[in-house]
Ligand binder design. Structure first.
Ligand SMILES: Cc1cc2nc3c(=O)[nH]c(=O)nc-3n(C[C@H](O)[C@H](O)[C@H](O)COP(=O)(O)OP(=O)(O)OC[C@H]3O[C@@H](n4cnc5c(N)ncnc54)[C@H](O)[C@@H]3O)c2cc1C
Length: 348
């Protein structure tokens, strides 16, 4: 069937931020041939591929081109042996429902990624991660469509270039591919991952099952406003707005000096090779921003200092003004350049 195009479609309701203008053209792809067709028919236009809209900030001007919403559905499970199951999901599958399905089948490997909003196709783009797990640990390969040539190919895990919130898809090969399907290798009856502090505290010495861990992760997320489905202004966000900066030991020393604290008290995660990831939320708070800080109709979440939120009717420019205020403060105070996690769409 021919793909249907609509004109001047509001994008704000299709994003978790709930801000931004219209798409000049909009189409929803329910199968792979829709996706192929969209690229063939719109060679003269800018095309933005939209998943669940949970990692984007759309400009108030909207997007002057075609927004192609991915809505392809399908899951397949293939048990290789008693211990291993390969799962392939279409890009348009809801990520959290996918996790629920895997946990329900007693498949370990994605349980800590419960409650992350968005679609399966969005997960390899920034190598989503949470509570001690990253999607790169279980992805076997990503099937992609080359936007320019129309060729379909398989990108192996090794070729995805996965790092902290990074892959070739948001790095060296940004905007080259559309993710069509993602294949995972999960462990049948495997133990849940309990490495993150909050999860260790929840379970103590007890060994929980996968669904208990899924529920605990969702509860922890809800307490931080990190579950979109809970509703309310604190969850009108794109999750963490800034990546946690990575600094060397000189960076740690500088932070400690500025704050006049012992270097050992600066929280960090050892990344190896003398590099440390420092929580951006901690730095933001130390730079004087409190949870709930407001700038117009944009604000820092009342539950999590790393989430910028739309407090109701905010324009994208107000979110950008808050982002810049925080970046300037962190830059001046700690000489650290924060990098934003969400994709800014339709800005110059
Ligand atoms: C409350 C909240 C909590 C969050 N918590 C976390 C977290 O714990 N960990 C984490 O890593 N992230 C988190 N996020 C960010 C976000 O949910 C993830 O990055 C998610 O994977 C984005 O998927 P999406 O389908 O919504 O992508 P979108 O927001 O629609 O798109 C994001 C980017 O990916 C591209 N893209 C999407 N789908 C495809 C595709 N099929 N092919 C090619 N490109 C595509 C888009 O073009 C865009 O550049 C959170 C967001 C919110 C709102």
């Amino acid at each position: 069937m021919a793909l249907t195009y609509q004109e001047n479609v509001p994008l704000a309701p299709l994003t978790t931020f709930g801000v931004g203008g219209d798409a000049r053209l909009f189409a929803e792809a329910v199968n792979e041939s829709d996706i192929e067709q969209a690229f063939i028919e719109n060679r003269d236009k800018a095309i933005f591929v939209l998943g669940g809209g949970s990692n984007v900030l759309i400009s108030d001007r909207g997007f002057d081109g075609l927004v192609l919403k991915i809505a392809t559905k399908g899951l397949s499970f293939d048990s290789a042996d008693d211990a291993t199951t390969f799962v392939t999901a279409e890009a348009g599958e809801d990520w959290d429902e996918f996790v629920a399905e895997c946990v329900g089948r007693n498949l370990a490997g994605v349980e800590c990624l419960s409650g992350i909003p968005g679609l399966v196709g969005g997960t390899p783009i920034q190598n989503v991660g949470a509570y001690g797990q990253e999607v790169s640990e279980t992805i076997v390969s990503v099937r992609v469509l080359d936007r320019a040539t129309g060729e379909i190919s398989e990108v192996s895990n090794a070729d995805c270039g996965f790092e902290y919130r990074r892959s070739v898809f948001n790095g060296s090969l940004k905007d080259r591919f559309v993710v069509l399907t993602v294949s995972f290798k999960l462990k049948q009856g495997g133990s849940p991952r309990i490495e993150y502090g909050d999860l260790k505290r929840t379970f103590g010495k007890r060994k929980p099952g996968l669904s208990e861990v899924r529920n605990a992760v969702r509860e922890i997320r809800a307490s931080k406003g990190m579950l979109v489905r809970q509703g309310g202004p604190d969850s009108r966000s794109a999750g963490s707005f800034f990546k946690n900066p990575v600094v060397g030991s000189d960076g740690l020393r500088r932070i400690a000096r500025v704050l006049m604290v012992d270097e050992a008290s600066v929280p960090r995660f050892d990344m190896g090779k003398g590099n440390y990831k420092v929580p951006a939320a901690w730095l933001i708070e130390r730079a004087g921003f409190e949870k709930g800080y407001l700038r117009g109709r944009a604000g820092i979440s009342t539950l999590h200092s790393l989430a910028l939120t739309n407090r109701g009717g905010a324009e994208a420019e107000e979110i950008i003004a808050l982002k810049e205020e925080i970046e300037t403060a962190i830059g001046q105070r700690f000489q650290i350049d924060l990098v934003n996690e969400p994709n800014l769409i339709g800005f110059d």
